[in-house]
Ligand binder design. Structure first.
Ligand SMILES: [Zn+2]
Length: 82
């Protein structure tokens, strides 16, 4: 499968995506940039690409100041559930 074919609709999560969701789930309400997520995950590859594909999974993605490093970047976070 080429990279292009994996874009768009996706019915499964990759190991990287599951690791991202697990990490963000532990820090709900906080937003992290790809670099900071990458620094906390082992064997992670293509964090930004994984984040883009996670857009439909309830993940917030947008540009703001990272909760960890403070740099304005493309961030990802999971909303706080009541
Ligand atoms: Zn950061």
């Amino acid at each position: 499968m080429t990279r292009k074919e994996t874009r768009g609709r996706q019915n499964y999560f990759t190991t990287t995506q599951l690791a991202i969701l697990r990490f963000l789930g532990e820090y709900r309400g906080q937003a992290f940039c790809g670099g900071c997520i990458d620094a906390r995950l082992v064997n992670s590859i293509d964090i930004v690409g994984a984040l883009r594909l996670l857009g439909g999974a309830g993940l917030y993605c947008g540009h703001a100041a990272c909760s960890s490093c403070g740099k304005v970047r493309l961030l990802a976070s999971l909303p706080v559930v009541n």
